[in-house]
Design a protein around this ligand. Sequence first.
Ligand code: NAP
Length: 485
Amino acid sequence: MTTVVRHEVVILGAGMSGLCMAVKLKRTGIDDFVILEKQPGLGGTWWDNRYPGAHVDVPAPVYSFSFAPNPDWQRRFASAPEIQAYMQRVAERFDVLRHVRFSTRITDARFDDDHGRWTIRTDANDALDARFFVCSTGPLNQPRWPDIAGIDQFAGRRLHSARWDPQADLSGQRVAVIGTGSTASQLVAPIARRAQRLHVFQRTANWVLPRMDRRYHRLDRWLAHLPPYAKAVRAAWVLVLEAGRRGFDEGTLARRAMLAAAARHLQRQVPDEALRKRLTPDYPLGCKRIIYSNDFYPALTWPQVELVTDAITRITPGAIVTADGREREIDTLVCATGFDTVHLLSSLQVTGRGGRTLREAWADGPEAYRGVTVAGFPNLFLMLGPNTATGHTSTLLFIEPSADHAIACMRAVRDGGHRCVTVRDPVFRAYNQALQRRLAGSVWAQCRSWYRMDGDGRIVALFPGFTREYVRGLERIAPADYEFT
Ligand code: NAP
């Protein structure tokens, strides 16, 4: 017989947003929750993405929670292990770890309208009964392998950047990297330093800006222990990044400055004109995620590295074949080919009101109200849900207000003696229609990217506005928006 354990809240995923939700629940006085995490450790994306050179691409002072500043960052752009260690410390400090069940996958979640509760089943063959269900997996969760003929027949080692094998040693190997996005731009130089030969397969050239990285010295760390200094540094970075949002609008000064910086960066780092030409993007800046890197371009000029821009036609057991008929023999294939950002939560069956599944509700792509709630799915809250990614700032600035909003909804249910809360259908629709109208004319509609359905359809991942607009939208729970039952 399956055991059923009752909780007030079940959280799916122990990444940044799951951790944030847990701390905020505790601070609100809700201690009866459990986090189910499929991996054996804390970190979410920072657990999954342990490829060489992984680091955050926004400054660390804004990649820490407002309630848990970290005065000990070693660099402005923190590495994946450093971020993971920070998360571990936050979890310990706020006593979250005892709430986490590691190595446990949720297989199925079903809402019972009569009782206003979710029944959540796991692969450990047990079930949880919870009033509120929080899905904090985010869009960058399921690795996407390239759909290239023959890839399954490849006989060498095959790695995906988001499922990196920490034991993998690429020293002296012939390696291929497929992809030249944010991830590839971080791993190309570290791999090139070890490999005998590295072929980098680029389908689309991307915009690359300098990464204004620097080491934090003892004085920086001493100052960062002073709360007013730490707050001022964080606030300053928030403003700087927010100003960068202007760079996505045609004709702005910020955009001109970014275009000039990108051109200068390419010119300085790649002396060879023919290579520069192949690295020049053919889509508007900002349409795909901008890359911030100081070592990607230089690595492509090293003698052991080759940039391949001919299309890949197939993969054989020992080589990659390109459209010009050339075959490059390799020992290891590294796919830095990103994530499935459309089929969110597809590894589990989520059934809401009237037996309707999330898969059915999202048949034309995922959508949510302000990224947090979904019509027909009461007491369900998404963290980093549809249309909450940004191209200019830290996701943590979106995670914190989303968690506050979800908790405010939970409190309204509890305090009001209600069974459940759900966003009103017309509000949900109007919000998403307005969002899509706005996105249709934006820079993000002008190229293929992971922000869009099937690469070139509806934009399902990105929020088009400034952070303050998103935050303001979540500030209150309007009775006109939500229905309490
Ligand atoms: P991505 O931006 O989706 O890039 C995937 C790359 O693989 C692209 O260059 C793509 O080419 C290429 N690709 C995919 N399928 C291919 C195929 N069949 N044949 C050839 N090339 C193929 O994925 P990502 O680089 O992993 O980055 C995803 C997001 O993760 C980023 O935008 C960022 O938000 C996040 N990220 C963040 C950090 C951080 O520091 N915080 C670090 C890494 C990643 P096309 O461009 O032609 O599609």
